[in-house]
Design a protein around this ligand. Structure first.
Ligand code: 3PG
Length: 304
């Protein structure tokens, strides 16, 4: 009997776990659940007899992949797969997949929610500002970025996007005005919403020189990854510019941001994708991808 392991430090909503269980058990597979584990050892112990795994931001290191002796497929229920050692997967002939788009609306709603929170002085009751009429630059116009664009248009914002993997026509068709360099995006827009993955190329790429070009009242919104930020450069800029705000769903490593009271906010735990809907969409997609992989060899969302 095949065993599917859900290993989620940050658990799915119960309704999503029930849905995954139904899909898995309908095929005669067994479902194991490891939630809120406190040490990597617990994960290492749980993976030993798993044929398939569903994870979120959980770290699928080389050690984990090598401990999972029977593993054939690992699905990251979400978009970013920088938490999976893809080389280790390939070396062991393990197929790694993601579930693109399934949690995109949830992340986008949080990005706009954070922007309102900041614009209204973190709900302090004092006179704040509105998003209507402001320019937002969406940095990477994929699934999350396009949802941000859609919601921002609802607020009456002017939506601009930079995405080197899309044509102007594609960006326009998805409701934004295309710009042709990061520099142009950051000089044009008061609000920047980040939706780039964390790769060797993007890590620390959101730096002092780029951010200093942003107009007065600049707000950087990060619901992507903390690794893409050059934290030192950003903190230096915020020291120099009292008008610069940073709101993020991924708390920075540096303690330096704590002093920027009133223009810095980080959620207590990364929660962009943490809605019942997103958990159901991504979790059930992951379960179906595993079933299809075992039944038909389907590798549509393979990332390694
Ligand atoms: C993603 O890459 O899909 C998001 O960052 C969500 O991550 P999470 O599943 O850990 O909430």
């Amino acid at each position: 009997m095949k065993k599917v392991l859900i290993a989620t430090d940050k658990p799915f909503a119960p309704v999503a776990v029930r849905g995954i269980r139904e899909i898995v058990e309908a095929e005669g597979y067994k479902l194991d659940l490891l939630e809120k584990y406190t040490s990597p050892q617990e994960l290492l112990a749980a993976v030993t007899d798993a044929d398939a795994m569903i994870i979120r931001s959980d770290k699928a290191t080389r050690e984990v992949i090598e401990a999972a002796k029977k593993l054939k497929v690992i699905v990251r229920a979400g978009a970013g797969y920088d938490n999976i050692d893809l080389e280790a997967c390939t070396a062991r002939d393990v197929v790694a997949m993601n579930t693109p788009g399934q949690n995109a609306n949830a992340v986008a709603e949080l990005a706009l929610g954070l922007m309102v929170y900041m614009a209204r002085g973190f709900y302090n009751g004092k006179s704040g500002s509105e998003l209507k009429g402001k320019k937002i630059g969406v940095h990477a116009y994929g699934n999350v970025g396009q949802n941000v664009g859609r919601i921002a248009r609802g607020f009456g914002m002017e939506v601009y996007a930079f995405d080197p993997y899309m044509t102007d026509e594609q960006i326009r068709a998805a409701g934004a005005t295309p710009l042709h360099s990061v520099g142009e995006l950051y000089t044009t827009c008061q609000y920047i919403s980040l939706h780039i993955p964390a790769t060797a190329e993007t890590k620390r790429s959101i730096n002092y020189d780029l951010l200093r070009q942003m107009p007065a009242g600049a707000v950087l919104v990060n619901t992507a990854r903390k690794e893409v930020i050059d934290e030192e450069g950003l903190a230096r800029l915020m020291d120099e510019r009292q008008d610069f705000g940073y709101i993020t769903d991924i708390a920075p490593d540096s303690e330096a941001f704590k002093k920027f009271e009133g223009r810095f906010y980080a959620t207590p735990k990364k929660m962009g994708a943490q809605t019942e809907e997103a958990n159901v969409n991504a979790g059930l997609a992951a379960a179906r991808q595993i079933v299809n992989f075992f039944k038909t060899g389907d590798k549509k969302f393979k990332v390694n």
